[in-house]
Design a protein around this ligand. Structure first.
Ligand code: PLP
Length: 427
């Protein structure tokens, strides 16, 4: 930790909190962050030479693991040709064709530089398309840091949102309705009252930003029905779920057709990226065809696209999804059977290669209110224990852990053993 600590001491002088994104600061788990110097496959290495099995995977983009040779080669060869032109480039065409083939609900796609940016444009499109103003979002879902979605459910009235960040005005939030995940009846009530005002419902079709919370049967279907009935755009935020569970969108797996989808993370293979995808009628509203303005100096950047194209093609070729799911399920099964045997208040939620170990006695966590029952102090201890043992799990209770194509059963077993050891000492 010596070199990491030195770096962090320097960092805090000129970077707010020492970090360029808050959750990296270890604020919720305590201690000072580790500085990572390199990564290969499932492993990362810090500036003090310590090796970790990585389950954070850059928060989702690295489905192939770190520095996959196909991706690195594509990036190197694209870089040698120049980093950016601000003109049309051939990789844009290749990516758009590949993407639309792999994501059936997309007739067209536009590339941007982050998930946040993609969400901003999706909302603008939905408002223009419907001519309506309001956005319905779910408590505990995260859609990037655009002003209006930094809101949470206000206490008391279900439909009363409050800003969850300073600097976000009540005025902006007043057009956002927030309601719990997995409560279709509540959504129905909101639509009955305000459906004619709602331009879009935005949802993580598998929630990852409150820890792993699966959509219950009928939840997403209800959203689809209501959106169709009230002529509201259903937006699937697939920034995490896209290409995470198969070589395509979660919408395909769920057999639901969203009106607009946003992507990010995996489609850039570790480079900054985002994308808005939809049917032709919606997408043709974007400038220069239509009157919905959206632009970006570095959008469709050839180096980012080279990484993205190589990642998608390699995922399609390797099809590692079954293996990733098997590894994550094995981890969860070991934790859950130990917890059950000892009657411990922990539960590992798992789905297709992602998992969250919830320190809660609730067996099934369905929304933010349930997730808030977790013992975050105990999670912090678990995090530190794992870090010390050489396992880098996501440094927050309310996040996903990611298994990549590069992880092995031995690594999963070692992580499960360490976790069980922690649980037997501390619970
Ligand atoms: C990460 C994430 C975003 C934001 O993407 P950035 O590239 O960080 O701006 C949006 N939605 C979801 C579901 C995410 O997990």
């Amino acid at each position: 930790m010596k070199n990491s600590k030195k770096l962090f001491k320097r960092a805090v002088k000129h970077i707010p909190g020492g970090v360029n994104s808050p959750v990296r600061s270890f604020k919720s788990v305590g201690g000072s962050p580790v500085y990572i110097e390199s990564g290969k496959g499932s492993k990362i290495y810090d500036v003090d030479g310590k090796e970790y099995i990585d389950f954070c995977g850059s928060w989702g983009p690295l489905a192939l693991g770190h520095a996959h040779p196909d991706v690195v080669n594509a990036v190197c060869s694209a870089s040698r040709n120049g980093l950016s032109f601000g003109t049309c480039n051939p990789l844009e065409v290749e990516m758009a064709e590949l993407f639309c083939k792999m994501v059936p609900c997309a007739d067209m796609v536009r590339m941007v530089n982050s998930g946040t940016e993609a969400v901003m444009t999706a909302l603008r499109l939905a408002r223009a398309f419907t001519g309506k103003t309001h956005i319905l979002k779910f408590d505990g879902c995260y859609h990037g840091h655009t002003d209006c979605l930094l809101s949470s459910a206000g206490s008391g009235l279900l439909t009363n949102s409050i800003p969850s960040s300073a600097g976000v005005t009540q005025k902006v939030i007043s057009e956002v309705i927030t309601t719990p995940y997995n409560r279709p009846a509540a959504v129905k009530n909101i639509f009955r009252k305000d459906g004619n005002k709602i331009a879009a419902v935005i949802v993580e079709p598998v929630a990852g930003n409150m820890g792993l919370v699966m959509p219950e049967k009928g939840f997403l279907e209800t959203l689809r029905e209501l959106c169709s009935e009230y002529e509201t755009c259903l937006i699937f935020d697939e920034v995490i779920t896209g290409f995470r569970f198969h070589a395509g969108s979660y919408a395909t797996l769920a057999r639901i057709n969203p009106d607009i989808s946003v992507f990010g993370k995996i489609i850039g293979g570790g480079m900054p990226i985002g994308a808005i995808a939809a049917g032709r009628k919606v997408m043709e509203m974007l400038a220069p065809l239509g009157n919905v303005y959206q632009a970006g100096t570095l959008s469709g950047n050839p180096v980012a696209l080279a990484a993205g194209i190589a990642t998608l093609k390699t995922l399609r070729k390797l099809n590692p999804y079954h293996k990733m799911a098997e590894l994550a399920e094995n981890f969860a099964m070991k934790i859950n059977s130990f917890a059950q045997e000892r009657g411990l208040g922990v539960h590992c939620a798992v789905y297709g290669g992602v998992f969250t170990l919830f320190f809660s006695s609730k067996k099934s966590l369905k929304n933010l209110e349930d997730v808030k029952t977790c013992n975050t102090a105990l999670f912090a201890e678990y995090f530190k224990f794992m870090l010390q043992r050489g396992f880098y799990i996501s440094p927050s209770q309310f996040e996903l852990n990611f298994v990549s194509a590069a992880h092995t059963m031995d690594e999963i077993n070692a992580a499960a053993e360490a976790s069980v050891e922690f649980l037997s000492i501390r619970t």
